[in-house]
Write a protein that binds this ligand. Structure first.
Ligand SMILES: NC(=O)c1ccc[n+]([C@@H]2O[C@H](COP(=O)([O-])OP(=O)(O)OC[C@H]3O[C@@H](n4cnc5c(N)ncnc54)[C@H](O)[C@@H]3O)[C@@H](O)[C@H]2O)c1
Length: 289
């Protein structure tokens, strides 16, 4: 059910919309009145998300393809314009986290896979969307990360891809202001998706424990808590915000040491995310060919 109007009459593309944070963004945007293109790899549960949104009487359709390929990015933008008449918002949320390893053991394959899916997808999607965003004076919000700010041990290349995104979006913000287009980033900390569970991603349980203990709030965030900030940045409420990186990280980037064990229980209790847990953990954590 459309319960708000913060994105009334807006058209949005959300990449990586089939799982985790992207799924929560799609659902949040649709609830706020946006028409949403849920975009993901062909094997992602994109249609499931579309159907769940439509069941609520909200508006969504799916696009599947490898969004790091220019032709796919152009087709995705064309679909939004053909079906919904325009494009106001691009959310570059797609990303991968295929391997955790010391650099001496890190595979070149995982490095290349991250460059393709974490950076190239944002590059080609932004390039394809900008002509349409110029017409609507729209905006782009991309996924950064705490790892792009402070690095991440045993996945140093992943942090590098996110550091690229931070600088990329700031450059875009400056050059695209002359066309009326705002460009911002959300920087999640450890979020409750497939990536941060030893059972569903490449982190082992020691790394998961260390990550929680390094977070002042002593827990992961939910995909919905991240989607709330995407919503603000994508909406007209953020009309004077561009070139910004909004951290949604439970304080991990300002913390020093294992502070999570000291968190007050009111902060530390893991809220139930709205997404079915199994589904939010259905993400992309391995190399697919
Ligand atoms: N989960 C976290 O703790 C965390 C922390 C910081 C940043 N982030 C960022 O948030 C974003 C979402 O992460 P998530 O945890 O929800 O992961 P996820 O695996 O659930 O979602 C990412 C989605 O993007 C899709 N995708 C990747 N490359 C694609 C491509 N080329 N074409 C089409 N679809 C593609 C994947 O298949 C997947 O469905 C990522 O950019 C990630 O870097 C996540």
């Amino acid at each position: 059910m459309i319960t708000g109007n913060r994105l009334k009459d807006k058209v949005a593309i959300v990449t990586g919309g089939g799982s985790g944070i992207g799924e929560a963004i799609c659902k949040k945007f649709a609830q706020e009145g946006a028409s949403v293109v849920v975009a993901g790899f062909p094997e992602d549960p994109v249609e499931k998300v579309v159907k769940e949104i439509q069941k609520e009487g909200e508006v969504a359709l799916g696009y599947t393809g490898d969004l790091s390929v220019m032709g796919e990015a152009e087709s995705c933008v064309k679909l939004a314009v053909r079906e919904f008449g325009k494009l106001d918002i691009l959310i570059n949320n797609a990303g991968v986290f295929p391997e955790v390893n010391m650099l001496q053991d890190y595979s070149e394959e995982a490095f290349d896979y991250m460059v393709k899916n974490n950076l190239r997808s944002a590059f080609v999607m932004s390039k394809a969307a900008l002509p349409e965003l110029h017409k609507t004076k729209g905006n782009i919000v991309s996924a950064g990360s705490e790892a792009g700010k402070i690095g991440i041990a045993q996945n140093a290349p992943y942090g590098g891809t996110k550091g690229f995104m931070h600088a990329f979006m700031k450059g875009l913000a400056v050059e695209q202001a002359q066309f009326g287009v705002r460009c911002n980033l959300v920087g999640p900390g450890p979020i409750d998706t497939a990536w941060t569970h030893a059972s569903t991603g490449p982190m082992d349980s020691k790394m998961v424990k260390t990550m929680k203990e390094a977070t002042p709030m002593g827990r992961r965030g939910t995909p919905e808590e991240v989607a709330n900030v995407y919503l603000f940045l994508a909406s007209d409420e953020a009309s004077y915000v561009t070139g910004a990186l909004y951290m949604v990280d439970g304080g991990i980037t300002v913390a020093k040491g294992g502070v999570g064990s000291q968190a007050d229980s009111s902060m530390k209790d893991q809220p139930d995310g709205e997404l079915e847990l199994k589904h939010s953990k259905d993400g992309h954590t391995e190399i697919r060919n």
